[in-house]
Design a protein around this ligand. Structure first.
Ligand SMILES: [Zn+2]
Length: 87
């Protein structure tokens, strides 16, 4: 399924970005607390997205954090509340 493949790539890219951000902020002490707070939020979002994916929740990568796709009985499909993608 293309959405799942894209999401895995997306999560891997996010993990790499967080790791790079952690390394880069060490040189700029005055903004350290603000950057560390943003890194923590990014790590929380990434962990939630990975957990949702492991649980088999359908996710759409049209935004970050990924949108949780909800089952619509009438349409017999999972629908993204943001972009209306159907799977
Ligand atoms: Zn979407």
């Amino acid at each position: 399924m293309p959405v799942a493949m894209n999401l895995e790539d997306y999560l891997e890219a996010a993990k790499g970005a967080i790791a790079r951000l952690k390394l880069s902020h060490r040189k700029r002490a005055p903004r350290r607390e603000r950057i560390e707070a943003k890194v923590q939020v990014a790590e929380d979002v990434l962990r939630d997205a990975q957990l949702a994916k492991q649980m088999g929740v359908h996710l759409c990568d049209c935004t970050w954090p990924p949108q949780i796709m909800l089952w619509e009985e009438e349409m017999d499909a999972h629908i993204c509340p943001n972009c209306s993608l159907r799977t």
